[in-house]
Design a protein around this ligand. Structure first.
Ligand SMILES: [Zn+2]
Length: 205
């Protein structure tokens, strides 16, 4: 049988009792993680107002065959992050596997088998949400981005005024400039010459 995490957890007791904790936790309860997440148009509303933004977790406490006090589990969430390529929001799907062993100090942590991450015990009680939050913080990349090819950087802001009158300056300035390179510098000069010649002809009448 499983229950939700209490606010404060006694990890040694949980190991002794082979406790299983399973449930959901609102992202708003994870303030260190929230700093890494999207704070765009939703900044006035708490992230937890979106029902999909809850963390699903399951943690099993117990001992392995060698007697180590261990915690196994999973943490799954969709984290709203800001893509650093297009600067739009997207939901980062995170599914992590937890494989911890309790350690009473640095020496004990160093002596653990390689498959375990140490869970250093400082006090008798710990905040259960820290177990979830630490996993999720590790799962958020330093530079979150949509998958390659899934988005484009936003167009650069136009700092150059359109060249009105020059080849009907459109937004594709770069392309126009390239095509314009082998054209007369003053495309209307030829027209002006033609007009002058016609005017002269008219005057002769
Ligand atoms: Zn993107």
């Amino acid at each position: 049988m499983s229950v939700s995490f209490p606010d404060l957890l006694d990890p040694r007791k949980a190991v002794a009792q082979r406790s299983v904790f399973e449930g959901e936790m609102a992202l708003a309860r994870l303030p260190r993680l929230s700093k890494l997440l999207w704070r765009g148009e939703e900044s006035t509303a708490p992230i937890s107002s979106n029902a999909s933004h809850a963390v699903h977790y399951r943690f099993e406490f117990g001992r392995d065959v060698d007697g180590h006090s261990i915690v196994r589990g999973q943490v799954a969430a969709e984290l709203p992050v800001c893509c650093q390529r297009c600067f739009e929001r997207y939901d980062l799907v995170v599914e992590t596997v937890v494989n911890l062993a309790l350690a009473e100090g640095i020496d004990e942590a160093k002596a653990l088998p390689a498959q375990y991450e140490p869970l250093l015990l400082e006090d008798r009680l710990m905040r259960a949400s820290d177990l979830i939050e630490d996993e999720l913080i590790l799962a958020v990349p330093a530079i979150p981005r949509h998958p390659e090819g899934a988005c484009e950087p936003p167009p650069l802001p136009s700092t150059v005024a359109p060249l009105v009158g020059d080849e009907g300056a459109g937004p594709a300035l770069g392309a126009d400039r390239e095509r314009g390179a082998d054209r007369p510098r003053h495309p209307f000069a030829t027209l002006a010459v033609l007009k002058t010649q016609r005017d002269d002809t008219d005057n002769q009448d």
